[in-house]
Design a protein around this ligand. Structure first.
Ligand SMILES: [Zn+2]
Length: 121
């Protein structure tokens, strides 16, 4: 297992510090430090590991998501256009409301898309 080292980086100017700082000594901005993990590579060099960084919403790129129809137009509408591959949907309701019947019908419709796993408790 690769050894990890942590470094704190200023999101405004890129200044790096070994511990978290409230104010950046380089650009004098407050609360701009975020934690970044460095993984030790085969040599003695540490390289930056990808860590989630908070972003401003209007700077995000829009990605097209493909959706598969469940076979039920009303359910597709509630799901925003159908099921997204790799997503998880929790279906809840009172006993006897028809959750299992609906899911089995969706499984029957979706079986052409690939493998279907139905888990019930
Ligand atoms: Zn800074």
């Amino acid at each position: 297992m690769a050894k990890e080292k942590t470094v704190f980086v200023c999101s405004e100017c890129g200044y790096e510090a070994p511990k978290w700082l409230g104010k950046c000594p380089a650009c004098n901005q407050w609360n701009t430090f975020y934690e970044e993990k460095l993984a030790k590579q085969s040599g003695s060099k540490y390289e930056k590991k990808k860590v989630a960084v908070p972003m401003v919403l209007n700077q995000l790129e829009k990605k097209e998501i493909s959706r598969n129809s469940t076979g039920f137009s009303e359910l597709d509408r509630v799901l925003g256009g159908g099921l997204v591959k790799g997503s998880l949907v929790l279906l809840g309701g009172e006993p006897g409301i028809g959750k299992s019947t609906l899911i089995l019908q969706i499984c029957n419709t979706m079986k052409g898309e690939g493998k279907v796993l139905y888990v019930s408790r």
